[in-house]
Design a binder for this molecule. Structure first.
Ligand code: AMP
Length: 215
């Protein structure tokens, strides 16, 4: 869990590298769908919401995420859900899905906490390698960032929804005020771990691992 810019993707990637979990980012699944020549036009229509910074319809999210989770579980892998749960209604639907697969007791919700102001600052500076969505360190110049992405066979881009207007919209649709009821939901079932995600990537990773190992 975390508001846009909290480092969900970056931290999920670190956990994937460390524990070989499947990384299930609904944002990435949606972006991949856009590039899929066989995508259902009705699904592509639903993605218009994403471009304007709003949440995408639940049925599309469940279709993409549940399918990816099933694949991971069927192959004996654990899964890290990155941005996949953004409303209490979604949290309840995922819980029903987890119960069906008998994994409810294994679920932990990790909240990467930053303020909306820190999020705004991070997102206005964010550059990523495409198509992987790998987030680049902010201290690189554009030329260095481009060269780095090229070593991975990728291109440096600024995400289409990382412009000041859409960022402001995303933070009002998906900021801390909106996240709080979801955190309360997981707190009630003792599944919530909150870490301070305002530090460096490695510092936050260490906090996440420490919190999980004490869980
Ligand atoms: P992200 O890459 O996680 O920042 O997600 C990019 C965009 O995809 C979000 O701003 C939403 O429009 C959409 N999105 C991703 N995950 C969800 C979700 N669980 N529910 C609804 N919309 C989502």
């Amino acid at each position: 869990m975390g508001i846009p810019g909290s480092g969900k993707g970056t931290q999920a990637q670190k956990m994937v590298d460390e524990y070989n979990y499947a990384h299930i980012s609904t944002g990435d699944l949606l972006r991949n769908l856009e590039k899929d020549p066989n995508a259902d036009p009705a699904d592509l229509d639903k993605m218009a919401q994403m471009k304007s910074g709003n949440l995408v319809a639940n049925d599309l999210i469940y279709k993409l995420a549940f399918d990816a989770i099933k694949k991971a579980l069927d192959s004996g892998q654990g899964a890290i859900l990155d941005g996949a749960i953004r409303t209490v209604e979604q949290a309840q639907a995922y819980d029903a899905f987890f119960a069906e697969f008998d994994v409810s007791d294994d679920v932990v919700a990790v909240n990467l906490h930053i303020t909306d102001d820190v999020a705004m600052q991070r997102l206005t500076q964010r550059r990523v390698c495409s198509p992987s969505s790998y987030t680049l360190p902010t201290d690189l110049t554009d030329e260095e960032a481009q060269a780095f992405c090229e070593t991975r066979g990728e291109t440096m881009i600024v995400r289409g929804d990382d412009n000041p207007e859409t960022i402001a919209k995303r933070l009002s649709a998906q900021g801390n005020a909106v996240l709080q009821p979801i955190l309360d939901y997981y707190e009630q079932t003792n599944k919530l771990i909150t870490v301070d995600a305002s530090g460096s990537i490695d510092a936050v990773d260490a906090l996440v691992i420490e919190a999980l190992s004490n869980n």
